[in-house]
Design a protein around this ligand. Structure first.
Ligand SMILES: NC(=O)c1ccc[n+]([C@@H]2O[C@H](COP(=O)([O-])OP(=O)(O)OC[C@H]3O[C@@H](n4cnc5c(N)ncnc54)[C@H](OP(=O)(O)O)[C@@H]3O)[C@@H](O)[C@H]2O)c1
Length: 220
């Protein structure tokens, strides 16, 4: 049976798709990017080109799947994607389409700190998606990772490579918890195999580091 990864072109999704493909799993990716879809198809991965906000594309994406991993996000500066229309509404549409298609299990990649009164809109939208999933009646696993280490290493390293200096937010001395995407992908892989991880909200973190420590490590 096929596993759909929405967000399968992202930093986490790419790694997850690669590792599940290596396990012999039949994989499908929903992406808005036709060039990324071509690349994935060349690697033997099924693709559906479309947007989480497009019901017809989402229906095609879940058709015939045994499991769905919801790993997309509309957080970021570019385009028309937003936490409301991707992390909340897009995930809700994906969950509903998966339910109607008889998908057995949905793994939702949420975020540490998700909650109804969280200070960040993204975290409130993640919580709304979590609620929709729990109410769906489909077997579920919710994963709440902390900040992705590799993403923040890029944020710190790229200006360092270009200008020999980097930017930290604030004074850079507040500890933040970071987790490697490798560990997040490993947990999703385990959740897809182990029924004992179903019906659970799993907080998933790694090391506490300040941004000053992170930029010091990159500079060294
Ligand atoms: N980054 C972090 O520190 C962090 C921490 C905790 C949890 N998370 C969660 O972990 C997951 C993966 O994060 P990431 O940083 O690996 O993601 P990313 O690299 O930012 O990639 C975002 C993904 O979302 C997809 N996407 C965005 N808008 C979409 C839309 N309208 N329709 C369909 N797909 C859409 C993109 O696909 P295309 O562009 O190919 O369409 C891409 O695959 C997300 O759910 C994120 O919220 C991230």
């Amino acid at each position: 049976m096929t596993v759909l990864v929405a967000g399968g072109t992202g930093r986490l999704g790419r790694l997850l798709v690669r590792s599940l493909t290596a396990d012999g799993e039949r994989m499908r990716v929903l992406t808005r990017d036709p060039a990324a879809a071509d690349e994935l198809r060349a690697q033997g991965i099924e693709t559906v080109v479309g947007d989480l906000r497009d019901h017809e594309a989402v229906e095609r994406a879940v058709d015939g799947c045994s499991a769905v991993v919801a790993a997309a996000s509309g957080f970021g500066p570019m385009g028309s994607s937003s936490p409301q229309n991707v992390d909340r509404d897009g995930n809700r549409a994906l969950i509903e389409a998966a339910r109607q298609a008889g998908v057995a299990h949905i793994v939702l990649v949420s975020m540490h700190g998700a909650g109804p009164d969280a200070p960040l809109e993204l975290l409130r939208m993640k919580y709304e998606a979590e609620q929709a999933l729990v109410a769906s009646g489909v077997r579920w696993t919710i994963i709440r990772p902390t900040a992705f280490l590799e993403t923040y290493l890029d944020v710190v390293a790229q200006p360092m490579q270009k200008r020999g200096a980097t930017i930290v937010f604030g004074r850079g001395d507040v500890a933040v918890n970071f987790v490697s995407v490798v560990d997040v992908a490993a947990l999703i892989r385990a959740a897809l195999r182990d029924p004992g991880l179903s019906g659970r909200v799993i907080e998933w973190g790694g090391v506490d580091l300040t941004l000053n420590a992170l930029s010091g490590a990159v500079h060294a």
